[in-house]
Design a binder for this molecule. Structure first.
Ligand SMILES: CSC[C@H]1O[C@H](OP(=O)(O)O)[C@H](O)[C@@H]1O
Length: 352
């Protein structure tokens, strides 16, 4: 059983406060979009799919308390609240795509005179609830396709060693995970020998979250400092790198956690296939290439302190981009719930 980052029943939402993991397990109530914006912006919940799901569920719980009987006012308020939620963190595209889908739904429900305000609310909230279930199904499909592609790319039936970066598991999604979902599927195939996960400074998603998930499920794994990646590839045979994505551009360029780009460069140098694992909700076909992706910059305190303890010299200036963009040329394949695609073949997804 993987960890539950989101606890939802109609009208009630709690999220696991990931700032406190792995030492404290505490759930935080989310009672509306204000709370939703805050827990996303503070990174109490994080991970591109989880951000979209928690953001939209925060709207669903707020709507449950709303007795508004005017559909046009409801539609207008929904659009404003979704645009507000999208502003919590700019790089991951999932919440923007979800907001666009829900605004379209609200527009059509509002315009349809046969739909009562009660039906409007019921159908709108049900669509959001469907995202929770669909995300887990998508992640399991990503796991299967990724496992199949990696095993197929290997000669013989030797041990499979995977390197991953950041956290892409049950703590970044509705469950099972994307890149960590591929790792879970490799484990289920009984071919997984070992997982290496990077610390992922400065938020330490790897040391605090991925290591927590791997230990929780007794998956053989080793934590490494971010700067060990090239030495690892030089000294041990790594079968593949599998990481997540926050926004994949139409040409396959991919924004992911800071440090991903240099891992891809190291993988190229060492002949290690580098895969992105991401649901279609992370792919932004409206964006031609990765140089147009807005990269979030986080507060310098996230670099200079660990908790309350300062680790950097006072007065030093800091640059803390939260993501970088890996060019499509360094990516062997993009693993989605519809299959594995070469970076330049994403336009073929909808024909699958
Ligand atoms: C399946 S999670 C995708 C993505 O989100 C993470 O970023 P953050 O922890 O800042 O939300 C990381 O880039 C993961 O690869």
């Amino acid at each position: 059983m993987s960890l539950e980052s989101i606890k939802y029943t109609r009208g009630s939402l709690e999220i696991l406060d990931q700032l406190l993991l792995p030492l404290q397990t505490r759930y935080v109530k989310v009672q509306g979009v204000e709370d939703g914006w805050k827990v996303i912006n503070k990174m109490q919940v994080r991970g591109a799919p989880a951000i979209a799901i928690v953001g939209c569920l925060s709207l669903a719980v707020e709507l449950e308390k709303d007795n508004n009987a005017d559909k046009k006012i409801m539609r207008q308020e929904i659009e404003g609240k979704l645009n507000y939620l999208v502003s919590a963190r700019p790089t991951a595209v999932n919440i923007k795509l979800a907001a666009d889908e829900l605004i379209n739904l609200a527009n059509s429900l509002s315009a349809d005179e046969t739909v009562t305000p009660e039906e409007f609310k019921e159908r709108f909230v049900s669509r959001i609830e469907g995202m929770l279930i669909k995300d887990i199904e998508d992640n399991k499909a990503i796991g299967r396709y990724g496992c199949e592609a990696i095993l197929k790319s290997l000669e013989g039936d030797g041990p499979v060693r995977i390197l991953t970066h950041c956290n892409t598991g049950s703590l970044a999604t509705a469950g099972y995970g994307t890149a960590l979902g591929v790792i879970r599927s490799l484990r289920e195939s009984k071919r997984l020998d070992h997982v290496y996960c990077t610390e992922t400074r400065p938020y330490n998603q790897g040391a605090r979250l991925t290591a927590y998930e791997l230990v929780h499920e007794k998956i053989p794994s080793t934590l490494i400092v971010d700067s060990v990646v090239s030495a690892l590839m030089n000294s041990r045979r790594i079968s593949a790198v599998v990481v997540g994505a926050d926004r994949v551009a139409a040409n396959g360029d991919t924004a992911n956690k800071i440090g991903t780009y240099q891992i891809a460069i190291a993988a190229k140098h060492h002949g290690v296939p580098f895969y992105i694992a991401a649901p279609l909700t992370s792919i932004d076909m409206a964006l031609r290439s990765g140089d147009r992706i807005k990269i979030e910059e986080r507060p310098e305190r996230e670099m200079t302190h660990v908790g309350e303890h300062r680790i950097a010299a006072p007065g030093i200036s800091c640059w803390n981009p939260s993501f970088d963009v890996t060019p499509a040329a360094l990516i062997a394949g993009i693993i989605t719930e519809k299959g594995v695609f070469a970076p330049d073949k994403l336009s073929e997804i909808n024909s699958k």
